[in-house]
Design a protein around this ligand. Structure first.
Ligand SMILES: C[S@@+](CC[C@H](N)C(=O)[O-])C[C@H]1O[C@@H](n2cnc3c(N)ncnc32)[C@H](O)[C@@H]1O
Length: 286
C-alpha cells in the first residue's frame, strides 16, 4: 500500500519490483495527484487500486478493498512537487497564489481561514507548536494587524518583516510559518498518529512499514511509535522493574536504528531529498 501516491514515483518502483502479480493500493488525499499517478501508471492499471482518501482512514479502506493483510505500507509525507509548484494551491512562499494549502480541496479549513480568523494567541501557539517558530508572538501580532491577508506573497512579506530574517540565512524567514499552517490545515500530525497503528495492524508477519518524513515533528512521531511498538514492556517504571503490568507485546522490529538519509549524490540531483528521513520497521510474528 502506498498511502501517499503523489506523482506515482514510488508506486511505479513497487509495481515493477512486484511484477507480474503484485497488487498495489494507492491513496492520496489530493484528487489532482491521484490523476497524475493514474496517468503515469496506466501500463499497470490492472494491478493498482486508486483511492482518493486520507491515509488516516487506511485501517478502514484497506480491508474494505480486500487489502488485509498487506506486505508493505509506505508513507512519503508532506507535499508533492506538483502541489508545491502549482501557484493556485497556495503551498509555496515563492509564487503568488491564494492562501489555500489543502491537500484535499474538499476539506473545510484553508490557510486563508486560519490566517484571517484565529485569535492572536491561537495563531502564535500554532506557529510555535507546528513550526517551532521562536518568533511566533511577534509574527502573530504582525499577521493580525495586517489583516486581511489574501495571498502567499503578502503573507511571506508580513512574516519576513516581523521575523527580520538574518542576511544570508539558509531558509526564508517565512518557511516555518508556512510549514506550521500547512500542518494545521491538513491535521498532518493527527493523520500520521492515526495511520501508524492502523498500518501496523494490516501488515502480515515480515511485512514492512516505511515512512519518509521531512521535518522533526513528523520524524519524532514515527521514531517514538517504532520505539514503543518494538518493546515488550512499556510500563512507566521501565522494563526491568517486575512485575510488568502493561501486558504490551512488541509488534514491530526496527530495521534501521538510525533513519536512512539521502546520499550527497542524491541531494545534488534532488535538493528536496535534503531533509528526508526514512524509517523502516518489520511486523513481528504474533
Ligand atoms: C511527497 S508526496 C508523495 C510523492 C510520491 N511518493 C511519489 O513518488 O511521487 C506526498 C503526497 O501525499 C499526499 N498526502 C499528504 N498527506 C496525506 C494524507 N493525510 N492522506 C493522503 N495523502 C496525503 C499529498 O497530497 C502528496 O501528493
Amino acid at each position: 500500500m502506498d498511502g501517499t501516491l503523489g506523482a506515482g514515483g514510488h508506486a511505479l518502483a513497487l509495481l515493477e519490483a512486484t511484477a507480474p502479480d503484485g497488487e498495489l493500493l494507492g491513496l492520496d488525499a489530493d484528487p489532482a495527484a491521484l490523476e497524475i499517478a493514474r496517468q503515469r501508471l496506466t501500463a499497470y492499471s490492472n494491478r493498482v487500486h486508486f483511492v482518493n482518501a486520507n491515509f488516516a482512514e487506511l485501517g478502514e479502506i484497506a480491508p474494505a478493498l480486500g487489502f488485509s493483510p498487506v506486505h508493505g505500507v509506505l508513507l512519503d509525507l508532506g507535499l508533492s512537487s506538483s502541489e508545491l509548484e502549482t501557484a493556485a494551491r497556495g503551498f509555496s512562499l515563492q509564487v503568488e497564489g491564494p492562501l489555500d494549502m489543502r491537500h484535499d480541496p474538499a476539506s473545510s479549513t484553508s490557510a486563508h481561514y486560519l490566517v484571517n480568523n484565529l485569535a492572536q494567541d491561537e495563531l502564535a501557539n500554532l506557529l510555535y507548536r507546528f513550526g517551532e517558530e521562536r518568533r511566533s508572538r511577534g509574527i502573530a501580532r504582525a499577521i493580525v494587524s495586517s489583516r486581511p491577508i489574501l495571498t502567499t506573497i503578502q503573507l511571506a512579506d508580513v512574516v519576513s518583516r516581523a521575523a527580520g530574517g538574518r542576511r544570508g540565512a539558509r531558509i526564508h524567514p517565512a518557511t516555518r510559518t508556512f510549514q506550521a499552517l500547512r500542518i494545521a490545515v491538513n491535521d498532518e500530525l493527527g493523520a500520521l498518529t492515526r495511520a501508524l497503528p492502523a498500518a501496523t495492524g494490516l501488515l502480515t508477519p515480515g511485512g514492512r512499514l516505511a515512512v519518509i518524513s521531512f521535518h522533526s515533528l513528523e520524524d519524532r512521531i514515527v521514531k517514538e511509535f517504532f520505539n514503543r511498538e518494538s518493546r515488550d514492556c512499556i510500563c512507566p517504571q521501565g522494563p526491568y522493574m517486575l512485575p510488568c503490568t502493561c501486558d504490551h507485546h512488541a509488534t514491530l522490529h526496527i530495521i534501521a536504528k538510525k533513519p536512512i538519509i539521502a546520499s550527497a549524490l542524491e541531494i545534488a540531483t534532488n535538493s528536496r531529498a535534503r531533509s528526508a528521513k526514512l524509517r523502516v520497521a518489520e511486523r513481528k510474528e504474533t
